[in-house]
Design a protein around this ligand. Structure first.
Ligand SMILES: [Zn+2]
Length: 485
């Protein structure tokens, strides 16, 4: 080994080595196929509850059934705060993941002044010939998917976002529909028609979807069955013959895999978040399990393309302040108690509560009228509840029917029921409490999320880092030189 006697020379040599190392970095092998899975509203409580539930279905021992992606070789912790708050929304979180920049709640791929646009990872790779796919269970114009193809000062500009979808030129969009395909006032050019004019093949039924073959060109696939806000149904409500998140993931792979430059596929489990906003653990857990099955499709592909594939799974933020443990059950949990739940809070509202409200005069309404439906769909026997729980349900039922004295909005809307249908949210809260699952909010929280990685460049995703770093690490693995901040 060369020894440098002069301290001055030694310092110079060290400085030159450092400059060279910073400039080049250690050589990074590039991935041709990159998956980014985002569980919306998915942090450790959502992951853990799915693992505990899945075990509790088959065994009474204290153990867990690991999800597929939590067994990935590399795990990291990721902070999610944005430019204006420790508690991010999906727009600023999506901007961080897609562009490596922090911005404000509600803003998609623009800076905090809402004047400067950021370049997305999907734009960087698409201009190099990489095919881009975007899949979600919620509407395609929602904040998380939009962050990978659109730029707008407000996530509520759904029409503007849906028009940008057609202009993106990205190869594959799949999942939910559009919230305002013809604009707020239904007087604009149809966004789906614009996408077709731009060369997209639009499919809206299962047979046409399954018939899509490589060479189909650019595809816009909207699920035949849409539930609330143009989203795919919650997994717990999905009919067995309807398409799943895993189906949309597998099709994206099939359509794009033959591209010589590879692909980038973002897949969002968007309704994990929506179930948690509504404090409905069973629906959140079923959607998390479905999300894991979608990840498995990528894992199967990676087994055949091991040297070329990277799979990253993360969340954009926690939601609901969900936790394992509740004051009333202390050190015990009884997850099997949420197993009998047959439908989401949303479907219960649509099919039971709303028709009952329509058909029943306020002064004739009785909680007992809904007791059979609550037992049938949630496995909850109202007669077996404690007097305190019964009183809480009765108060919620009266609020649903518009009876009783309204509390100040701050308490009634935000603390008691979160703006949801009072009787339904109280049923899921009480059911979750008996299982030992607690909730602190109807909104997001500021705790870090977990990130898992498998494949080429997986080691970059170890440690404790910020959500903006995920963009930089993905860019590095895909060989994209991005401007330093
Ligand atoms: Zn949310």
């Amino acid at each position: 080994m060369l020894t440098l006697k002069s301290p001055w020379l030694r310092r110079l040599a060290l400085a030159l080595t450092t400059v060279a190392a910073v400039a080049a970095g250690p050589a990074q092998k590039h991935a041709k196929y990159v998956f980014l899975f985002i569980g919306d509203g998915m942090a450790m409580p959502q992951i853990s509850s799915a693992e505990v539930f899945s075990r509790a279905m088959t065994s009474k021992d204290i153990s867990i059934n690991r999800l597929g992606f939590t067994q990935f070789p590399v795990a990291g912790l990721t902070t999610t705060y944005d430019a204006g708050s420790f508690i991010t929304d999906s727009a600023s979180a999506g901007t961080a993941l897609a562009t490596g920049n922090k911005t404000l709640n509600g803003v998609i791929n623009m800076d905090t002044t809402k004047t400067r646009q950021f370049k997305t990872i999907t734009e960087y790779v698409h201009e190099r010939g990489v095919k881009v796919g975007i899949v979600t269970t919620v509407s395609l114009d929602h904040a998380t998917p939009a962050s990978f193809y659109a730029k707008t000062p407000s996530r509520g500009n759904y029409y503007d976002i849906s028009v940008q979808l057609g202009r993106s030129g990205f190869e594959y969009f799949g999942g939910g529909g559009f919230l305002q395909p013809r604009g707020k006032d239904h007087d604009q050019a149809d966004a789906i028609a614009l996408a077709r004019q731009a060369g997209y093949t639009y499919v809206n039924d299962k047979a046409a979807f399954q018939a899509l073959k490589p060479g189909a060109g650019k595809v816009l696939a909207v699920n035949r069955t849409l539930q609330d806000s143009s989203s795919m149904p919650y997994e717990i409500d999905r009919k067995p013959d309807d398409l799943s998140l895993a189906d949309y993931t597998r099709k994206g792979i099939e359509l794009m895999a033959s591209n010589p430059k590879g692909f980038f596929l973002m897949v969002e489990g968007g309704k994990i978040d929506w179930a948690c906003h509504a404090n409905d653990a069973a629906s959140s857990i079923r959607d998390t399990l479905a999300f894991d099955r979608a990840v498995s499709e990528a894992v199967k592909f990676a087994e055949k393309h091991a040297g070329d594939t990277l799979i990253v799974v993360t969340g954009d933020h926690e939601c609901g302040g969900m936790t394992l443990g509740f004051a009333g059950t202390q050190y015990s949990t009884f997850f099997a108690r949420i197993a009998p739940q047959k439908m989401s809070f949303q479907r219960f509202n649509d099919e039971v509560v709303e028709p009952y409200k329509q058909a029943t005069a306020r002064d004739k309404a009785r909680l007992g009228d809904l007791a059979p439906a609550i037992r049938e769909n949630f496995g909850m026997d109202l007669a077996a509840l404690s007097p305190l729980q019964q009183a809480q349900l009765e108060a919620a039922f009266q609020r649903t029917m518009g009876n009783g004295q309204a509390q100040p909005a701050q308490e009634d809307r935000f603390l008691l029921y979160g703006g949801y249908e009072p009787i339904t949210i109280k049923v899921t809260q009480l059911l979750n409490q008996t299982a030992g699952i607690g909730w602190t909010s109807y909104a997001h929280t500021g705790v870090p999320v977990a990130t898992f990685a498998k494949g080429v460049g997986q080691e970059l995703f170890a440690g404790y880092y910020d959500n903006t770093d995920i963009f930089r690490r993905l860019a590095r693995v895909m060989g994209v030189a991005t401007p330093s901040r």
